[in-house]
Write a protein that binds this ligand. Structure first.
Ligand SMILES: [Zn+2]
Length: 137
């Protein structure tokens, strides 16, 4: 994906990730939908220790504390998703990249929760849940 740099809406929070990109795709789950206030979100995983942060992140814990979502304390832009079950990964959002066009999605996740008015026409694999727990639809 090349150099991985991103920032929030107001520019206070910045990141540089040395990678590698572990996976990249679209998520249709209801939690991501609400967290990002969008019908789906597009994100990718990198090693947690490969990301260097600038600015101040705030935290929201969910799923009994097993999930941490981080956002800019100043403007509220969602910046990360971290799950206890994958302690070595951080998930970053394609839309916060300096160049969102560099994002190369390879699948849809939690497709069973896709909203009926969102019409997807790509040929990517569509998993009803997360890719490591389900076969593509
Ligand atoms: Zn901000």
């Amino acid at each position: 994906m090349g150099e991985i740099r991103g920032h929030c809406l107001c520019g206070v929070v910045t990141y540089v990730a040395s990678g590698p990109v572990l996976w990249a795709g679209h998520c249709h789950c209801g939690s991501c939908r609400r967290a990002t206030a969008s019908p789906m979100t597009s994100f990718f995983g990198v090693p947690r220790d490969s990301v260097t942060w600038g600015g101040k992140l705030a935290n929201h814990l969910s799923s009994d504390g097993k999930v941490r979502r981080q956002y800019c304390a100043a403007c509220g832009t969602q910046m990360t998703y971290q799950f206890d079950g994958w302690p070595e990964e951080t998930h970053l959002y394609a839309s916060t990249l300096e160049d969102p066009a560099q994002f190369q999605p390879t699948a849809h996740f939690h497709y069973a929760e896709k909203l009926p008015w969102l019409h997807i026409t790509d040929e990517l694999p569509k998993y009803p849940g997360s890719a490591n727990t389900s076969e593509p639809l």
